[in-house]
Design a protein around this ligand. Structure first.
Ligand SMILES: [Zn+2]
Length: 223
């Protein structure tokens, strides 16, 4: 099956060759040279948020768009490779200084409506790739906990959500926690593709804190 997939992929790539969106080099969506030449995120964020690149840089902006709206999973894996290095770097320090161990990866969720429309969550794609990389490298003790932090649907569906599924809600009702036990006393690494004002990450952090999460940090591809 894997062999067949490879053949199909190869045929597909011959008909629609993959090219770097920035320099045109064939074989990749965004080549390593262009990624490493991208300006790092420098605008100020909260100390617990670690963004990689400046969103205003056109290739990064375009890559984010392809990942978010065009379901480009190869980009999720490319960015996960780079995020992974950054996570390891921060974790080695945090593990020593603050006993930040056995962390759980939590993707910033989409609302159910948005998820149905898009068919996938780009932050979740990145998380899955991060776990793949970590397993391959026999890396650190992290696990993906999906569908625990959920985005509650606005207005008409709120009554139903308020029912039993969502145990905790914050003031603006934008996030909920489905199973508090999975969060309690755990170190959390939030993952999102982009942060702009940090408001989404802040809200997610607030509700995770209410659910008794230990320490919460966040990584994003762009800012
Ligand atoms: Zn390139």
């Amino acid at each position: 099956m894997k062999f067949l997939n490879t053949i199909i992929n190869n045929i597909f790539n011959t008909i629609f060759p993959v090219k770097c969106i920035s320099c045109g080099t064939s074989g990749v969506d965004l080549c390593l040279t262009c990624i490493s030449g991208s300006p790092p995120a420098e605008r100020e964020t909260a100390k617990w948020i670690f963004p990689l690149y400046d969103y205003r840089h056109p290739p990064i902006k375009k890559a984010m768009w392809l990942l978010k709206y065009k379901g480009n999973k190869r980009l999720a894996s490319t960015f996960a490779e780079i995020l992974y290095e950054k996570i390891l770097e921060e974790l080695s320090e945090l593990a020593m200084m603050e006993n930040f161990k056995k962390a759980i990866l939590v993707p910033i969720p989409l609302s159910p409506k948005r998820y149905r429309e898009r068919g996938y969550n780009q932050a979740e794609l990145i998380c899955k790739e991060l776990i793949k990389i970590n397993n391959l490298r026999h890396g650190v003790d992290i696990e993906l906990i999906n569908n625990v932090l959920i985005k509650t649907q606005e207005t008409e569906h709120q009554a139903r959500i308020r029912d039993r599924r969502v145990r905790l809600k914050n003031l603006t009702n934008s996030f909920g926690i489905k199973n508090v036990e999975l969060i309690k006393n755990r170190n959390v690494i939030l993952i999102d593709d982009i942060t702009t004002t940090g408001a989404t990450l802040n809200e997610a952090r607030k509700i995770l804190k209410q659910a008794s999460a230990k320490k919460i940090i966040a990584f994003t591809v762009a800012h």
